[in-house]
Every structure is written in C-alpha cells, then in structure tokens.
Design a protein around this ligand. Structure first.
Ligand code: SF4
Ligand SMILES: [Zn+2]
Length: 133
C-alpha cells in the first residue's frame, strides 16, 4: 500500500471531505477499485479546485478531485492534443496558446508571409492584362 502524503491537501482546500474519511481509500492498491474514494469526491465541495490543484502539481499519486492518476494523465494528454496545431505556412508542429485565436500559423513570420502571398496574388490578378479572346 502506498502511504498517503503527510500533507495531502494544501490549506487552501478548505471544506475537503477526505480528511474526515479513511485516507487509505484514496490510495487503492494496483488493480483495486478507486470507487470508494470517488464516491467521497463526488460529495465534496471542492472537487474542481482539487482536480485543478492535482493537475498543476504534475504527477501526484492517488485519487484527487474524483480522478485517478491515470485519468489525470489522459486529461492532460487530451488538453495537449487540443492545443497542438500544424502551421498552415511552414507545416511545422506548434502549440497554440490557450488564449490565442490566431492559431493557423506558428508565428508572425508565417502569418505575414501568408498575408503577403495573398496580397501578391490578388495584385497579380488585378494587374495582369486580359487575354485576347
Ligand atoms: S475532491 Fe476528493 S480528494 Fe479532493 S478534497 Fe474533495 S474529497 Fe478530497
Ligand atoms: Zn510556420
């Protein structure tokens, strides 16, 4: 049995239900069900704060915010995939900032290059002489 961390929850998670329950259930043996811990988390007032904390701490053992370590890894992977993009200009892989809406290009260079190409193309269309019929 993995022994629970000495300080399982930082003080800012006031209202946490787990200190009132058996801490062992939050660290089920490999292959054992985390259901008992998840049930406590489901009734806890700070589930989302707890999950956010666990995700921010990196790898933490046991059930936090109603999730197992493996489930949190999956959440992180999914979030990472969502932010990964292929640049429309150079084809490089890049990570879009979560807040950025300009996500098609890896950076200003590719964005400006693309804009110039579009401008040149429309200029060429405008200035090229009409073909004789
Ligand atoms: S969500 Fe679960 S692990 Fe987190 S504080 Fe509440 S009872 Fe504890
Ligand atoms: Zn690029």
């Amino acid at each position: 049995m993995t022994s629970p961390d000495a300080v399982r929850l930082p003080g800012d998670l006031r209202g946490a239900l787990c200190p009132q329950t058996d801490p062992e259930i939050f660290f089920p043996e490999a292959g054992a069900s985390p259901a008992a811990a998840k049930k406590v988390c489901a009734a806890c007032d700070v589930t989302s704060e707890c999950l956010a904390l666990a995700l921010s701490l990196g790898t933490v053992k046991g059930v936090w915010g109603g999730t197992t370590e493996r489930e949190r890894q999956a959440l992180k992977r999914a979030a990472g995939d969502e932010l990964r993009r292929t640049c429309r200009g150079c084809g490089a892989e890049f990570t879009r900032a979560a807040t950025s809406s300009r996500s098609a290009y890896c950076g200003d260079l590719c964005r400006h290059k693309a804009r110039r190409t579009t401008q040149n193309a429309s200029q060429t269309r405008r200035t090229s002489p009409r073909r004789a019929a």
